[in-house]
Design a protein around this ligand. Structure first.
Ligand code: NAD
Length: 310
């Protein structure tokens, strides 16, 4: 059975990739520095990517999906610049340099590298080949991640960079808008919206995102791919979906937005569709309903130990 290392396995997208890869017949090794409830078939490695355990592990697997990182455009805690550098850029360098060059590597960048689809003079989806215009430290760190890969993964062998657009579904990170709004609406508190209800987001279904990542990896593809739906929803649509799921209309407070909050995100999905097919559409209400009814995430170590690295 081929062995797949999933970094960030305790994370929102990582948990879905682990489940989908296990169902696809991979022997999965999950790595995360947080403890998590690993599945019965999963080898769980609780370690930081900068730890000594990582280098030998990278030589023992057949492919890697690298999702570990410091996500979140709005994170402004004091040490955020250091964490973004270490967890996004530095950790990617560890993986890219340690994984033998002939073995497939898929890395999560971000749609934030585009700086939004609504820039002056253009109203069209973002294409992978257009000049990048990152706004804010998170987006800049993801551009640096892509530069690390361009520098280290030269020569033959598949390297895939994916740029996911807003991912939603079971286990969404609590700092993300839908998760925050759902929690607020359920608690009878107001929903805080940055900028305007007219801002638009290309929202993707986490299950579809995980499946597309594995199709790209399995297919031996190389290059950069948007992981978006190709359609957009206004933030007003998001609020309507939350209201429909919770069963009551929450109070909405529109507050000033930061420059890093772009007006519109919108993926050109032509390249993805040509390579492995697009992401099947899921209605926003269905996605929010799935998010609302999902089991809370349990954080403790489980799964099978990795023999060489217990
Ligand atoms: P997440 O925070 O839920 O998961 C990331 C995981 O990586 C965490 O469990 C964390 O503990 C782990 N991690 C971070 N640094 C590590 C290190 N040095 N060593 C070991 N583990 C480490 O985030 P997510 O939403 O699942 O995002 C996964 C990836 O996809 C991230 O790189 C993120 O930037 C990217 N991304 C996410 C979205 C989205 O909408 N969720 C959109 C675009 C890009």
């Amino acid at each position: 059975m081929p062995r797949l290392l999933v970094t960030g396995a305790a994370g929102f997208i990582g948990r879905h990739v682990v489940a989908a890869a296990t169902a696809d017949g991979w022997e999965v090794v999950g790595l995360d520095r947080r403890r998590w409830a690993a599945g019965p078939a999963e080898h769980a490695v609780v370690a930081d990517l900068h730890d000594a355990v990582t280098r030998p592990l990278l030589t023992e697997v057949d492919a890697v999906v690298h999702l570990a990182g410091a996500p979140g455009v709005r994170d402004d805690r004091p040490d955020v610049a250091r964490r973004r550098w270490s967890d996004n850029v530095g950790a990617t360098a560890v993986v890219a340099e340690g994984l033998p060059r002939d073995r497939p590597l898929l890395v999560a960048s971000s749609s934030s590298v585009y700086g939004g689809a609504g820039r002056v003079g253009r109203h069209r989806p973002c294409h992978e080949d257009e000049p990048l215009a990152p706004r804010g430290g998170y987006a800049r760190s993801k551009v640096a991640v892509e530069q690390v890969l361009a520098r280290t993964r030269t020569g033959p062998g598949p390297t895939v960079v994916v740029r996911p657009f807003t991912v939603a579904g079971e286990g969404q990170r609590p700092d993300m808008a839908l998760a925050r709004w759902l929690a607020a609406a359920r608690a009878g508190q107001p929903i805080e919206v940055f900028g305007s209800l007219d801002r638009r987001r290309d929202v993707t279904d986490v299950r579809e995102v995980a499946a597309a990542m594995l199709r790209l990896l399995d297919g031996g593809h190389h290059g950069t791919f948007n992981l978006g739906s190709g359609t957009t929803h206004s933030l007003g649509d998001h609020v309507d979906a939350v209201a429909a799921v919770v069963g009551r209309r929450p109070e909405v407070r529109v507050v000033a937005s930061h420059r890093r909050e772009v007006a519109t995100t919108w993926a050109d999905t032509t390249r993805l569709e040509t390579a492995v097919g697009g992401l099947a559409a899921t209605s926003l209400v269905d996605l929010v309903a799935r998010q609302a009814t999902a089991q809370p995430v349990v954080e403790h170590a489980g799964g099978r130990p990795v023999a060489a690295h217990p």
